[in-house]
Design a protein around this ligand. Structure first.
Ligand SMILES: [Zn+2]
Length: 188
């Protein structure tokens, strides 16, 4: 029987260094000679077909429109960037990759700008063999940033603004829970 795969999820807020950590983890596999492939969603198009970290490190990536574009090819090591952008089908895709004995690395925002569980990330984290939960520096008070603050036209984005805005009138920064602002939160 083929050895079982392994799932390592790298979760955190904006500016927590997820891609840098992914590239660091992947670079360790150089000693094995395993072929690897990084997938990213077309929504996440700022760096084209590259996974690029704030440390300046980068790796080639394959851009896909949805989870059906991920087949792993003949690679032992598979990485998927920004999993929160993907459809529900990503969960089955990842389980198939694991059954095939692959080593799967996933990065993503654990929480959306409202501080709520984001897309398929909670499910993937529950299936993980290992989770790296990264933090950032709060851009307001310089405390420990664990939330992603959305800002539209210089103001904190309201609760009812759309989850994913394509085209970028919005801007994101890391905040601690005390500085995280979501105007219009139900029950607040
Ligand atoms: Zn703060």
């Amino acid at each position: 029987m083929a050895p079982a795969g392994r799932l390592h999820v790298i979760a955190g807020c904006m500016s927590s260094g997820k891609t840098g950590e992914l590239i660091r983890l992947l670079s360790r596999h150089a000693v094995t000679g395993h072929k690897m492939l990084i997938y990213k969603h077309a929504v996440d198009s700022r760096d084209g077909a590259k996974a690029r970290s704030r440390l300046g490190t980068e790796m080639e990536a394959v851009v896909v429109a949805d989870s059906s574009g991920i087949d792993g090819d003949d690679c032992r090591v598979i990485a998927i960037e920004e999993a929160q952008f993907f459809d529900e089908g990503l969960v089955d895709v990842v389980r198939t990759l694991l059954r095939e004995g692959r080593l799967v690395y996933i990065t993503g925002l654990a929480q959306d700008f409202r501080g709520e569980p984001f897309g398929v990330m909670p499910t993937l984290m529950s299936l993980a063999d290992e989770i790296s939960l990264l933090t950032a520096i709060c851009q307001k008070c310089h405390g420990v940033g664990t939330r992603t603050q959305r800002i539209i036209d210089g103001e904190p984005a309201p609760w009812d603004s759309p989850l994913i805005l394509v085209g970028g009138a919005d801007y994101y920064e890391a905040r601690c829970p005390d500085c995280h602002e979501v105007p219009g939160r139900p029950g607040a």
